[in-house]
Design a protein around this ligand. Structure first.
Ligand code: NDP
Ligand code: GDR
Length: 371
């Protein structure tokens, strides 16, 4: 039985990856952070009582800022594969917490690589580093591939640049099986509520049900190459099963504006939206509501642009070229953008209905906390 260790197991990708590895018969270990409230919602369905026999899903308290803790966990677990998914992963927040982001996303990667080296496990343990399309930043060429130059545009991306290169360096210096997955944006119903796709699908569901009036966003001209997290964790696993460690771009090859994603999300609940105005004055208004379940009048403003969500430096255009992954990994994504939006909307409509039910029962529900 293979043993895997996942940092960031409580996050979107950690949850899908843990599911995938368990389905392949792995013993899965994850690092979770101590927090004052439970933070394991995404993996609660995988939980196994540690008092039972034959437990193959185990959690360890830890943090990427704590090297001795990482060494101890790696020593205890003796993993065949490590997936380093843990990170302060929000680009906008990294401008507010640049030093912390550098420590966790940059030096944290080094700490994990060093743990493997110090413990003499460079031949046993393979490591996957969660690199990102944010490395490309300011557009140099499109579509972006493994050979496109990097130009990071945020403290997050700069920290991940260090993570990328230290991974390459340990591969070359110590012969480690260490590889970077340069993953473009991937989403799902488990996506954090403050990333743009989930912020949109959650708000659209709540607007349709009358729980929220409007959605406030920043730069809706930005273009992203959005895939489904389920497809992307499959690629991570495939990257660690090759004869030689290499870096791979994982993307769909299709790019879409945030504005179009908003339109698609509203269409899923039968609401047609049109945009008018320029820059921060731009608004999204209901043209017609084709779903008799929802009472939302034509002309209602459902989208406003708010400067507070703009970034000091933006990444305007991402579009990836996944040719290498398709050829060498045999990776074929199962979802397209429509399928992704549909699944996210279905899940968020269900969530909004639960909130509606609570409200009707006289309970207070949080109004609009997805910044
Ligand atoms: P999430 O934000 O959903 O999850 C991040 C995970 O990292 C959480 O489990 C979080 O724990 C954990 N974490 C945060 N800080 C620390 C720390 N100091 N020590 C240990 N763990 C920590 O991210 P995703 O699942 O979306 O992304 C996974 C990885 O892939 C990240 O590294 C991200 O930067 C990268 N990436 C993501 C892409 C995407 O589109 N989703 C694209 C390209 C790269 P907690 O739950 O306690 O907060
Ligand atoms: P990104 O994802 O920065 O690409 O990083 P995010 O969903 O945060 O932003 C995508 C684009 O949407 C624009 N935008 C807004 N974004 C947020 N979060 N909130 C808003 O209100 C809003 N309005 C407009 C942004 O400006 C941006 O252009 C994600 C993360 O998962 C990273 O960890 C990962 O490395 C990259 O994807 C690939």
């Amino acid at each position: 039985m293979k043993r895997a260790l996942i940092t960031g197991i409580t996050g979107q990708d950690g949850s899908y990856l843990a599911e995938l590895l368990l389905s392949k018969g792995y013993e899965v270990h994850g690092i979770k952070r101590r927090s004052s409230l439970f933070n394991t919602e995404r993996i609660d369905h995988l939980y196994q009582d540690p008092h039972e026999k034959n437990v193959n899903f185990k959690l360890h308290y830890g943090d990427l800022s704590d090297s001795t803790n990482l060494i101890r966990i790696v020593q205890e677990v003796q993993p065949d594969e490590i997936y380093n998914l843990g990170a302060m992963s929000h680009v906008k927040v990294s401008f507010d917490t640049p030093e912390y982001t550098a420590d966790v996303d940059g030096v944290g990667t080094l700490r994990l690589l060093e743990a493997i080296r110090i413990l003499g496990m460079t031949e046993k343990t393979r490591i996957y580093q969660a690199s990102t399309s944010e490395l490309y930043g300011l557009v140099q060429q499109v579509p972006q591939s493994e050979t496109t130059p990097f130009y990071p545009r945020s403290p997050y991306a700069v920290a991940k640049l260090y993570g990328y290169w230290i991974t390459v360096n340990y591969r070359e210096a110590y012969g480690m099986y260490a590889c970077n997955g340069i993953l473009f944006n991937h989403e799902s119903p488990l996506r954090g509520e403050t990333f743009v796709t989930r912020k949109i699908t959650r708000a659209v569901a709540r607007i349709a049900l009358g729980l929220q009036d409007a959605l406030f966003l920043g730069n809706i001209d930005a273009k992203r190459d959005w895939g489904h997290a389920k497809d992307y964790v499959e690629a991570m696993w495939r990257m660690l099963q090759q004869d030689e460690a290499e870096d791979f771009v994982i993307a769909t090859g299709v790019t879409t504006t945030v504005r179009e994603f908003i339109r698609l999300a509203f269409m899923e609940v039968g609401i047609e939206v049109a945009f008018s105005g320029e820059g921060v004055e731009e608004k999204g208004r209901v043209v017609a509501c084709h779903n008799p379940e929802y009472q939302i009048a034509a002309g209602t403003i459902v989208l406003e642009v708010d400067k507070r969500y703009f970034r000091p430096t933006e990444v305007e255009l991402l579009i990836g070229d996944p040719t290498k992954a398709k050829q060498k990994l045999g990776w074929v994504p199962q979802y397209d953008l429509q399928g992704l939006v549909k699944e996210m909307m279905q899940s968020d409509v269900e969530g909004a209905r639960r909130d509606e039910y609570l409200r009707e029962g006289g309970h207070t529900i949080l109004k609009n906390y997805a910044e």
